[in-house]
Design a protein around this ligand. Structure first.
Ligand code: HEC
Length: 450
């Protein structure tokens, strides 16, 4: 696989590049999943309404199909481009690796995206103009195209976490249908259906020209799409059984943040599913707008939590066993330990006004090594800030930490580089710490003074 390693990265202060990606991605995933679920709901509900002569549902679907064309277009497309923009700047090496491997996957996805948009428009504008059967066929084309984009992107996303045999043979399909492909597709399908079900409850509540009984009927039909949430726990167990062993250890308590987010995500999803089954279906309760919005917020948090876990347990890799999160290829590590890590990231040297690492001062060397290796995941002072993390550490501990980065924190790759680079980095970190402590001391002095 051709691969260049010389892209500079976007250093985002305070929140860090990873957080920029995460914020865009969680909004994107929520809307994209919703779109997929809404497509399935529309096609299925129209089919059923045609058979039963349910004119109310047909009227609702006609009103609802406006969202179907607007939401994927506005939020899906906008945030989708946002993801490309942010990953290419924050993680250029990984983006390049993914494009080199899956360019045809993405090309196919974009074809389906175009089919989705076009059929969405046709669907919206041909209500009452086509026979009910034909109109429903357009609905199924829309649903199929939307679902296919999930089918494809799911292959690429799961590939990053569990490339399996791809690491050895680098074949498209081995990486695509990797060990977590099917459990993840099931999880995402469940999530897509439930987001659509919740959104239908929200939408139904905003239709003021419908009677309460009419809205109730629609909400109950939409609620059926929430029931698969009950499968969230078994589906997650299936997923966990197929992720790499070290990732599974993180979920099972090795990294407590991962364990907690995973449990919260699961508990929230399952509770919504139980509510839908017992409340909506068995007891035929009505969901009002506030409750529907609350369910939507819970689903959004659950989606975010699960995506956070998927990204978190993949660390220290961006493509498991192949590329570390800082863009360094696993197979290059030995060579860079000999040659120095800055040959991997010449931009860190250029940025300091030098042509080669030996023109840097000791302090600049440390700064460049930090930029090359640590700055993808750490900011200086903000999210996962390095200064607060090493606050109060004696000098030996900082050095020791660099020797054991990967064994003490399951999130981190090992330190890569020569011993001179390691020493320079340790001294640079010590320098940051001194700044931090003198700043603290100053602010304490200020506050005692006032
Ligand atoms: C793949 C992302 C990633 C990279 C790359 C990375 N770190 Fe970390 N690091 C983390 C995470 C996540 C934590 C855990 C923070 C926490 O527990 O709050 C962490 C924790 C730490 C800690 C605190 C450790 C402890 O035991 O409390 C130090 C020090 C640290 N990193 C230094 C570094 C240095 C120096 C580099 C570069 C050589 C680096 N990290 C590269 C993600 C990363």
């Amino acid at each position: 696989m051709p691969h260049t390693i010389q892209y500079p990265i976007w250093d985002v202060p305070i929140i860090g590049g990873g957080m920029v990606i995460a914020i865009i991605a969680i909004v994107h995933v929520t809307f994209a999943h919703f779109t997929v679920g809404a497509g399935l709901f529309t096609a299925w509900a129209e089919w059923k309404a045609n058979r039963k002569g349910d004119t109310l549902m047909l009227k609702f679907l006609k009103d609802f199909s406006r969202y179907i064309i607007l939401l994927p277009f506005i939020f899906g497309a906008l945030t989708g481009v946002g993801i490309w923009f942010s990953i290419a700047l924050v993680s250029p090496d990984a983006t390049s690796a993914l494009i080199h491997q899956y360019v045809w996957g993405w090309a196919t996805e974009w074809v389906f995206f175009i089919v989705e948009i076009i059929s969405g428009y046709i669907y919206y504008y041909t209500w009452g103009k086509l026979t009910p059967g034909r109109h429903n066929v357009i609905g199924w084309i829309y649903a199929f195209a939307a679902y296919m984009s999930l089918v494809i992107i799911n292959g690429i996303l799961t590939f990053m976490l569990s490339p399996g045999g791809w690491v050895v043979n680098q074949e498209f399909w081995t990486g695509f249908f990797n060990p977590t492909y099917w459990p993840s597709l099931l999880l995402r399908t469940i999530s897509a259906m439930s987001l659509a079900g919740i959104f239908i409850a929200v939408a139904a509540n905003t239709l003021y020209d419908y009677t309460r009984e009419e809205r109730h009927h629609i909400i109950t039909e939409g609620g059926k799409f929430l029931i698969p949430l009950i499968l969230m726990i078994p589906a997650s167990i299936w997923f966990l059984a197929n992720i790499p062993e070290a990732s599974a250890r993180m979920v099972k308590g090795g990294a407590i943040a991962m364990t907690l987010f995973f449990m919260f995500g699961l508990a929230a999803s399952t509770l919504v599913g139980l509510y839908a089954y017992f409340g909506l279906i068995l007891k035929r309760r009505y969901i009002n707008l506030e409750t529907a919005l609350l369910l939507g917020a819970i689903a959004f948090i659950a989606t975010g939590a699960m995506e956070f876990v998927r990204e978190g347990v993949r660390k220290p890799y961006v493509i498991y066993d192949y590329m570390y999160s800082n863009g360094i290829l696993v197979k290059d590590a030995d060579r860079l330990n000999q040659e120095g890590v800055l040959t991997f990231a010449p931009w860190t040297v250029a940025r300091l006004g030098a042509n080669s690492p030996d023109q840097l001062t000791h302090e600049q060397l440390g700064q460049a090594v930090y930029a090359a290796q640590c700055s993808r995941c750490h900011t200086i002072d903000g999210v996962n800030g390095i200064k607060p993390l090493i606050w109060g550490w004696p000098e030996d501990s900082i050095k020791h930490n660099l020797d054991t980065l990967h064994t003490e924190q399951p999130y981190m790759p090992p330190f890569i580089g020569t011993s001179a680079e390691k020493q320079a980095l340790a001294d640079y970190l010590k320098g940051l710490q001194d700044q931090y402590e003198s700043a603290k001391a100053n602010s304490t002095r200020e506050s005692t003074r006032s």
